[in-house]
Design a protein around this ligand. Structure first.
Ligand SMILES: *Cc1c(COP(=O)(O)O)cnc(C)c1O
Length: 375
């Protein structure tokens, strides 16, 4: 019996040809032809004027921390139920992540708990659109406006998703994307920073190019380039941008393939789930999600672990996440001894099923069949 992996990075078949073309063009460092192509396509999908390709979503988040001029002692509000990079990017600048609980249903930050976490040291609110299902952005932006604090969208899951018709990534002051091989659109390792404000965008270009005004130089706007700000090297090689361009050309097909897997799970597992006490996703009406991941919520930890073992018995790999950041060795240093009940409960009970473009429909059928036999 062949195993069904949890994820297999999908390729369209065009990646190698576009990378060969990048080689033939003779520009292999960052900001070549394919960087412009991929950035243009991303800006269009996200409904923003500019997208800056980066080497990862982690690095794009680090850029937001630099753009905010964070100082030691500053605070950044975020969920604990997220990937470490959401917190690391700000911790690296000496800022303190302030963890807020999530909500049942979407597993997004609980907007009703944000305001009480704001202090005079709060410098940003970072939201994570979990599974690409939008956070309650109207409420969150209203809180942020009342306190004059910018909102950053960690949109690693939500490329192509919408909130009340608006593309995720276009709503906060800044947003980040990931093209890690586990994400919908991928180039192995990669990411992007989205900033709509022209001045912030200009500074982001500088920070991304080692703190120099090299981008302006190449556009002929200055006659030599020099060190004008702090920065680092956050731009990917044009070879990776060529790979990413091939993926973005197939964006609609990739999203549709994933959605069909997602819908099959949602439909086929619905009555089993209600009979066996498992929860399934049911995204709010005003959101459109991109089928980034499909989760089931077991009644308790013991049943979650039994479910994973049951699936493994048919060589089907299922996984769980996230280990709550507030309950990690470094997280505790920032958060102290706090309890976030929903985060802790979801983290112990959530399991993810295989969702990827290119998964064979027979394999999707096997996943369903095996899950249905769990008692
Ligand atoms: C994947 C992910 C990241 C990190 O992305 P990289 O491109 O691997 O750096 C950050 N935040 C969230 C929520 C993620 O899922």
């Amino acid at each position: 019996m062949t195993a069904i992996p949890f994820n297999r990075p999908y390729t369209t078949g065009r990646e190698a040809a576009l990378m060969a073309d990048a080689v033939a063009r003779g520009h292999l460092s960052g900001d070549g032809f394919y960087t412009r192509e991929a950035s243009r396509m991303l800006a269009e999908i996200c409904g923003v004027p500019f997208a800056l390709l980066t080497t990862s979503c982690t690095h794009a988040l680090e850029m937001t921390a630099l753009l905010l001029d964070l100082q030691p002692g500053d605070e950044v509000i975020m969920p604990s139920f997220t990937f470490v990079s959401t917190a690391n990017a700000f911790a690296l600048r000496g800022a303190r992540p302030v963890f807020v609980d999530i909500k049942h249903g979407t597993h997004n930050i609980d907007e009703s708990l944000i305001e009480q976490a704001i202090t005079d040291r709060t410098k940003a609110i970072v939201v994570v659109h979990y599974a690409g299902v939008a956070c309650e952005m109207d409420e969150i932006l209203a809180i942020a406006d009342r306190h004059g604090v910018p909102v950053i969208e960690d949109n690693a899951h939500g490329l192509g998703a919408t909130y009340r018709g608006r593309a995720l990534g276009s709503i906060g002051a800044m947003a980040t994307l990931s093209f890690h091989e586990t994400k919908n659109i991928q180039c192995g390792e990669g990411g992007a920073l989205l900033v709509s404000d022209p001045q912030l965008h200009e500074r982001a270009e500088v920070i991304r190019e080692k703190g120099t005004n090299r981008s302006r130089f190449f556009r002929g706007q200055v006659d030599k380039y020099t060190w004008v700000d702090i920065g680092s090297s956050y731009l990917p090689s044009d070879l990776l941008a060529a790979f990413l361009t091939a993926q973005l050309e197939a964006f609609d097909d990739i999203q549709q393939q994933r959605m069909s897997v997602w819908e099959t799970y949602a439909t086929s597992l619905a009555s089993w789930a209600s009979d066996s006490g498992f929860g399934l996703p049911s995204p709010p009406q005003h959101t459109q999600h991109p089928a980034h991941l499909f989760w089931a919520l077991a009644p308790d930890l013991e049943q979650r672990q039994r479910f994973i073992a049951h699936m493994a018995g048919a060589h089907i790999k299922t996984v769980f996440h996230y280990v709550p950041l507030h309950d990690s060795p470094i997280g505790r240093r920032f958060a102290g001894d706090i309890s976030l009940p929903v985060t802790e409960s979801v983290s112990q009970r959530l399991v993810r099923l295989p969702v990827y473009a290119g998964i064979h429909s027979d394999d999707v059928g096997k996943v369903v069949e095996r899950a249905l036999s769990f008692r």
